[in-house]
Design a protein around this ligand. Structure first.
Ligand code: SIN
Ligand code: FE
Length: 292
């Protein structure tokens, strides 16, 4: 599942987009660009921020959110450090994936300062239960969620588990869970509803694809069979390492580790190297219906 990449990647002839779209996690043993703020990230005390899932940085508005627990004097340096990481990650990804860059959307970056082991989160929010990603507030209509992570902790590895890739999970559970039959029975939004949504006059239209992915996220977290299977084979990302995955495809959970940085990109389905492997294509094949 991991493909180890060289700092010089992509090597001649290497198609990293195809590897990623096939469900590989691209792994770099060292950060592929300098991260001068590692000490700053490690030195922050997030103690009072615990009620937030993590600290987000929004590149478009250059705003930090979820940082209210960070002492006010440390917020500006943290924002600048995340801004540097975010822009370096985006440039690096543009070099690695020239086919995606023209149509991608730069989503949030995040700083994950909490020890993941034993975090008191609600079942749906728990990070240690295997799932595929789906954002309740940011439907993608079949576009893809690509995430770039770096473990910036001094000593601790970040330990992940996986229950395999979306193709396998969908084959096993999309119909059996009842979720695919349920969403295909929902009438797709009509022309008028979509027009009103496009000009912002109507909210809350979620494509049938997004409806499926949200429900599937929760279903997988509640599936004890899958959770037990995934826990048999943890794998770890050492300090300093960096990895990239389509987290809407590679199921994942994090068992332990602290201080990770992450940049999310929304990749247009129109730029896929292997469009037939995208979750939306898999679901449309299984259901025989357009889902977005
Ligand atoms: C997640 O996307 O589920 C969390 C992964 C991580 O923080 O390592
Ligand atoms: Fe996730």
């Amino acid at each position: 599942m991991l493909k180890t990449c060289s700092p010089a990647s992509p090597l001649p002839g290497e198609d990293l987009a195809a590897e990623l779209e096939s469900g590989k996690i691209l792994f770099f043993a060292e950060p592929p660009f300098p991260i001068p703020d590692r000490e700053l990230f490690n030195g922050l005390d997030p103690g009072r921020a615990r009620f937030h899932k993590n600290i987000a940085y929004r590149p478009a508005s250059r705003r930090l959110t979820g940082a209210s627990g960070i002492p006010s004097g440390q917020r500006a340096p943290l924002r600048s450090a995340l801004e540097r990481y975010s822009s370096n990650a985006v440039s690096f990804l543009a070099r690695l994936f020239p086919r995606y860059a023209p149509a991608w959307r730069i989503d949030y970056a995040s700083f994950r300062p909490f020890e993941e082991e034993g975090r008191p989160l609600s079942p749906k929010a728990r990070n240690d239960l295997v799932h595929v990603d789906s954002f309740p507030s940011r439907p993608t209509e079949g576009d893809r969620i690509l995430r770039f992570f770096t473990n910036v902790h001094r000593e601790k590895p970040r330990v992940w588990i996986s229950g395999g890739t979306f193709d396998r999970l969908a084959e096993r559970y999309a119909v059996a869970s009842g979720i695919l039959p349920h969403v295909t029975a929902i009438r797709p939004p009509g022309v008028l509803a979509r027009a009103l949504a496009a000009v912002g006059l109507r909210k809350g239209i979620r494509s049938r694809y997004d409806e499926f992915m949200l429900r599937f996220h929760d279903y997988l977290k509640e599936n004890e069979e899958l959770q037990a299977e995934a826990r048999r084979e943890p794998f770890s990302f050492p300090p300093g390492s960096t990895w990239i995955a389509y987290t809407d495809m590679v199921s994942h959970g994090v068992l332990s580790g602290q201080s990770a940085l992450e940049q999310t990109m929304i990749i247009s389905k129109s730029t896929m190297a292997l469009p037939e492997k995208a979750p939306i294509a898999i679901l449309e094949r299984l259901s025989g219906e357009p889902l977005a």
